[in-house]
Ligand binder design. Structure first.
Ligand code: ZN
Ligand code: FE
Length: 242
């Protein structure tokens, strides 16, 4: 069973440690930076053995070099972006799998935010690392892909078990909620969630992780009925000022 530790860094990034107690293996997912990540592992007596990157953006790979230098960790990242992943040792794509101790993740191709973006789905553990593809009440911006790409990517993630815990890479939830309630003002589950989100943030608490089931009920991008509707919502969110 994986133990996941959330490390808030920079303005709104989350880096994660995924630790398998049985073997002592510890992976770090999308290290934006190195020092707080190494400190979080050291505080638990863990040694980072792997880095898993979801895409090439600097706030997801910025810590690779220093973590590799400090630990010798092996870097796994998206094959289609391998040239932009510092110190990559294993380039993966669907249907590859990645093991952290006794836990295994299925690699999912979810190109949209970036063209080669991948997600890591530890299905038996009910743990998903979607990077910048799926956020609480949101989805990634379409920097390199299309709305059709994002529609397919979100559908792929939503096909996982509803109780899956989603460990996304940013705390964007409060801003996403302000937009979401303009899209579906009559959605009672969404309104209730928005209240809880405001309370959590006021108390300085994270709103991540969350379940896929909650997204199915409340996320306007997941709930878009068509590619066109997703495209319109993504475009509206890009210019939304809550
Ligand atoms: Zn990104
Ligand atoms: Fe990011």
């Amino acid at each position: 069973m994986l133990e996941v530790v959330q490390i808030p860094v920079l303005t709104d990034n989350y880096v994660y440690l995924a630790h398998d107690a049985a073997t002592g293996e510890t992976a770090v997912i999308d290290p934006a930076v190195a020092d707080p990540v190494l400190a979080a592992a050291a505080a638990r007596g863990w040694t980072i053995t792997q880095i898993l990157n979801t895409h090439w953006h600097p706030d997801h790979v910025g810590g690779n070099a220093a973590i590799v230098a400090a630990t010798g960790a092996r870097v796994t990242g998206p094959r289609a972006e391998a040239a932009r992943i510092p110190h990559i040792g294993r380039a993966v794509a669907e249907p590859d799998t990645v093991s952290v101790g006794a836990s295994t993740a299925r690699v999912l191709d979810v190109g949209a935010h970036t063209a080669g973006h991948i997600a890591y789905a530890f299905e038996a553990d009910r743990v998903l690392f979607p990077g910048d593809t799926l956020f609480a009440l949101g989805c990634g911006r379409l920097f390199e892909g299309t709305a059709a790409d994002m529609h397919a990517a979100l559908a792929k993630l939503m096909a996982l078990a509803p109780e899956t815990q989603v460990f996304c890479a940013h705390e964007y939830t409060q801003s996403n909620a302000k937009f979401a309630v303009t899209v579906e003002p009559e959605n009672a589950a969404l309104k209730a969630r928005a209240v809880l989100i405001d309370a959590a943030r006021a108390a300085g608490l994270p709103t991540v992780p969350f379940t896929l089931a909650l997204e199915a009920a409340t996320n306007p991008f997941v709930r878009a009925a068509t590619i066109g509707e997703l495209a319109a919502r993504r475009a509206a969110k890009d210019v939304f000022r809550g």
